[in-house]
Ligand binder design. Structure first.
Ligand SMILES: C[S@@+](CC[C@H](N)C(=O)[O-])C[C@H]1O[C@@H](n2cnc3c(N)ncnc32)[C@H](O)[C@@H]1O
Length: 418
């Protein structure tokens, strides 16, 4: 009896979360409220799973029900997802969800409807699933507007991008070179029986790992950071840039700021518009035994810069569509709209235009996004070259999303002494 109650409670929580996200709430913020609850892993599995496979699930439900019932859409999403992927026996999935529907709705016809749809899926599963391959939106679970946009703007890479976004997120880690050498950290992983791959000298674990189990995490030896987000130092190194005064203007939670401080003896000012997010930068700095100056400020103006400081490196890791991180933040595919992209581009140009005045002569701006869209990446670099005085593009790097990493874009721009 107790067990049944727990199962019903879990379904109730999953349904509540999904309904919030489907009506526009941010998945990470909603999930924060469920941290540490009983059965959190299963809750996450169901919530993230349904959102990841949203476009296929929508298609399957459309095929299975002649008269769709919006009220039970979420329950059907959960049921079909479980029948498709989980190792729970099919009869138990159907029984539990029918029971849950009875608890949620007084009308018994609704439970019969759920029962019928789930059983039809179970019966025709193989042929229904094979239909998903006919269309990229259902095959890769991405919105059509996004696929169409990529196809136009990045024909050579578009298939690799959409397939790269369909994996589960990778678990990249960054070793703090100030505390431990990469080779010695690798030995610690081996001793802890944690499987890893080394890609471009960056570590990706074969499975997600709780931070408590990550050797040396609390001693500041290592941080969790997608390896696609770890290219700042590679780019600076191969262009012989060794910064002394760094502004990280959209800094939180501080992944790139900390990586810079781990690798260079420099003064770093971390600015972010969100007070509560800047607190995370402080937490990360403290854990890694690093220090920086922190200011809450808006990178579209100079109000934060009372002393009119100039920097030989300005990092602008700007707010963006985050389409390169869809694996990690699957709600992006539900909430992001084509019309958002122009707004991001406007905001990005406002930020870089403002920050250009903080770059000293012969200094550098590193423009970064976690987008895979040309509008926010290559097109903004073209805009920079045309609009920012004395700018020269030194290096542009598009990291495509893959099994091992998210998609990120970097451009290193120099201000020449004109
Ligand atoms: C992509 S995240 C930065 C990630 C960070 N650089 C890292 O490596 O961990 C973008 C950040 O920009 C901040 N932001 C958004 N608009 C801003 C603005 N106008 N001025 C300063 N920060 C802003 C957001 O609060 C967010 O923390």
């Amino acid at each position: 009896m107790f067990h049944v109650k727990l199962k019903m409670k879990l379904y109730k929580q999953v349904k509540e979360i999904l309904e919030l996200v489907y009506s526009g709430s941010n998945l990470n913020l909603v999930m924060d409220q469920y941290k540490g609850i009983e059965d959190e892993p299963r809750l996450k599995y169901l919530v993230y799973g349904v959102i990841r496979y949203n476009f296929a699930l929508e298609y399957l439900i459309r095929k299975l029900s002649k008269h769709p019932n919006d009220k039970v859409q979420t329950i059907l999403f959960i049921g079909i997802f479980e029948l498709w992927f989980s190792n729970k026996p099919n009869y138990a999935v159907v029984n539990d969800l029918v029971e849950f529907t009875k608890e949620s709705f007084e009308n018994p016809k609704i439970a019969s409807f759920v029962n019928a749809i789930l059983r039809s899926f179970q019966r025709d599963k193989e042929s229904l699933l094979s239909e998903l391959n006919k269309d990229y939106s259902t095959k890769f679970n991405l919105p059509n507007w996004f696929i169409d946009k990529l196809k136009i703007s990045d024909k050579p890479n578009y298939l690799s991008i959409i397939s790269g976004l369909s994996y589960h997120p990778a678990f990249g880690i960054r070793v703090n070179q100030r505390k431990i050498k990469l080779v010695d950290y690798v030995s610690k992983l081996v001793n802890a029986n944690i499987e890893y791959e080394l890609i471009n000298n960056k570590l990706v674990l074969s499975e997600a790992c709780a931070i408590e189990k990550l050797p040396g995490f609390f001693d500041g030896e290592v941080s969790v950071q997608d390896i696609g987000a770890q290219y700042v130092v590679d780019i600076l190194t191969r262009n012989n840039v060794s910064p002394k005064f760094v502004l990280d203007a959209c800094s939180a939670p501080g992944g790139k700021a900390c990586q810079i401080l781990e690798n260079y003896d420099c003064d770093l000012l971390a600015v972010d518009i969100a007070h509560e997010r800047l607190a995370k930068v402080k937490q990360n700095l403290d854990r890694l035994n690093l220090s920086a100056q922190l200011i809450v400020g808006d990178a579209t103006n100079q109000k934060w810069n009372k002393d009119h400081q100039m920097f030989d490196l300005v990092i602008a890791d700007v707010p963006c569509s985050a389409t390169g991180t869809i694996k990690r933040n699957p709600d992006i595919k539900l909430t992001r709209k084509l019309s958002d992209i122009d707004n991001f581009v406007m905001q990005q140009r406002e930020i870089i235009n403002n920050l250009w005045s903080n770059v000293s002569n012969d200094g550098y701006l590193m423009y970064i996004t976690c987008s895979v869209l040309h509008d926010e990446n290559q097109d903004n670099v073209t805009w920079i070259k045309a609009n920012l005085a004395n700018s020269i593009l030194i290096e542009e790097l598009q990291i495509l999303p893959s099994l091992h990493n998210d998609g990120l874009f970097y451009a290193l721009i120099k201000k020449h002494n004109g």
